[in-house]
Design a protein around this ligand. Structure first.
Ligand SMILES: [Zn+2]
Length: 256
């Protein structure tokens, strides 16, 4: 019951931070309140629902519903109502959220690192061997570690983008590090790239593939044959990375 109450509080927080681009509402069932993210997709032939390990910034799980073009939002509500007990069952099966706290093990480049709290160190966050040290008050550990991951991701992903774009002799726009819940990376038409900081928890070959994928989009704004050839040539092991993301990608969302 306490968990459900927390879930409701977290959902309310989510409502305040929800992006306007997502057409969304809440799924209610017997004390449960979960945000539903609606998308329309031209390839969708029927309504597709996914109860996801992905979490919003406050740690609440999300339900994604993809609608075929021309299908009204109300159909998604009816669909969820019809499948209510299945949705609740799926929500209870999801792994619990993991916070970055003292003693927790979190992956960095795919290798578990132990978080060690050093309250009086006054050094911010730093890494030594397989430990991530955090100074300051206990209540700020989670936020500080996430900020550190974002900073590290910016440095490491930028240098990787530079080396891949220089191989192709092309430029790139701005790089942003995000906490998106539906994609690992993106490339805009003017060459701006964005990546999820969570990729830094994955092994090198995994984020290397996502970076290769987005860099290839600077030249090829589609998923055609040329695009995949380019991505394969830039990526250290594309197939293994795709398999990894499929199997373990959602698991990275347990950390928030
Ligand atoms: Zn793509």
């Amino acid at each position: 019951m306490r968990h459900l109450t927390l879930l409701i509080i977290k959902c309310l927080k989510y409502k305040l931070t929800m992006k306007k681009s997502d057409e969304s509402f809440f799924f209610y069932s017997d004390g449960i309140k979960v945000p539903v993210i609606l998308k329309t997709h031209s390839n969708a032939r029927r309504i597709i629902m996914r109860v996801s390990c992905n979490r919003d910034l406050s740690g609440t799980n999300l339900i994604f519903v993809t609608l075929p073009i021309g299908v009204h939002d109300d159909e998604a509500r009816k669909f969820l109502e019809k499948n209510e007990s299945w949705v609740v069952q799926q929500l209870t099966k999801l792994p619990p959220a993991i916070q970055f706290v003292d003693g927790a093990h979190v992956p960095y480049f795919g290798v578990p690192h132990k978080i060690v709290h050093k309250p009086s160190a006054r050094r911010g966050v730093w890494k030594e061997q397989q430990m991530i040290f955090v100074s300051g008050n206990t209540e700020f550990i989670n936020r500080r570690v996430i900020d550190w991951f974002k900073k590290e991701a910016r440095v490491i992903f930028t240098s990787r983008v530079k080396s891949k774009t220089s191989m192709l002799k092309i430029g790139f726009g701005r790089i942003s590090i995000r906490d998106t819940h539906s994609r690992w990376g993106s490339c805009s038409s003017n060459g701006n790239l964005s990546f999820s900081w969570r990729l830094l928890m994955a092994p090198d070959f995994v984020f290397d593939y996502v970076i290769s994928h987005e860099v290839a989009h600077i030249l090829e704004h589609n998923h055609g044959q040329k695009f995949w050839q380019l991505t394969t040539s830039l990526s250290s092991d594309m197939l293994a990375a795709k398999r990894w993301l499929k199997e373990f990608g959602d698991g990275l969302m347990a950390y928030y």
